[in-house]
Design a protein around this ligand. Structure first.
Ligand SMILES: [Mg+2]
Length: 163
């Protein structure tokens, strides 16, 4: 079985759309420090209540597990313990026995996972660059099917036939 890591924000749920809209309404400046502060102060329970699964993501993950080709885990960046708690709670509501790894936003996902031969599905090209530079396979999730140089999917179960 191949290790498969699936990003959360912008892949499983549409939190990116929701949080960026909130940031723009609040007039948050688009630099790293301001955004980090904004994300650290967010009420994540509220964000995740508003968020909706992208393209039936939770059922798509169940299909991936049922294929028996992959060891599946969710690998998500967080800016606070509160954010981690809220995300874990939501994922547990939909998926039983799922491995969930939360990584501090300041740390590359490649620093907590043995990436060699492992797949990462992520919407953020920078994360895929890091991943492939450290020996993993990057697959971009994008609703416009723009791979930015990576194989691309817009429904998670499409990964089954790719490997
Ligand atoms: Mg993401």
């Amino acid at each position: 079985m191949i290790n498969l890591y699936i990003d959360f924000d912008g892949v499983i749920v549409n939190t990116i759309d929701i949080t960026y809209k909130m940031a723009s309404i609040q007039g948050i400046k688009k630099d790293y420090t301001n955004y980090l502060q904004f994300f650290q102060n967010l009420n994540w329970e509220e964000v995740l209540e508003k968020a909706t699964p992208i393209n039936d993501s939770f059922n798509e993950i169940r299909k991936i597990i049922a294929s028996n080709k992959f060891n599946v885990a969710i690998l998500t960046h967080v800016t606070s313990i509160h954010e981690a708690e809220a995300k874990i709670k939501l994922i547990n509501k939909y998926l039983e026995n799922m491995t969930i790894i939360t990584v501090p936003k300041s740390v590359s996902k490649t620093k907590v996972i043995n990436t060699k031969g492992s797949i990462l599905i992520d919407d953020f090209p920078h994360n895929l660059d890091d991943w492939s530079n450290s020996g993993g396979y990057g697959v971009r999730f994008d609703l416009d099917l723009d791979g930015k140089g990576y194989p691309v999917i817009d429904r998670l179960s499409q990964i089954i036939s790719m490997f």
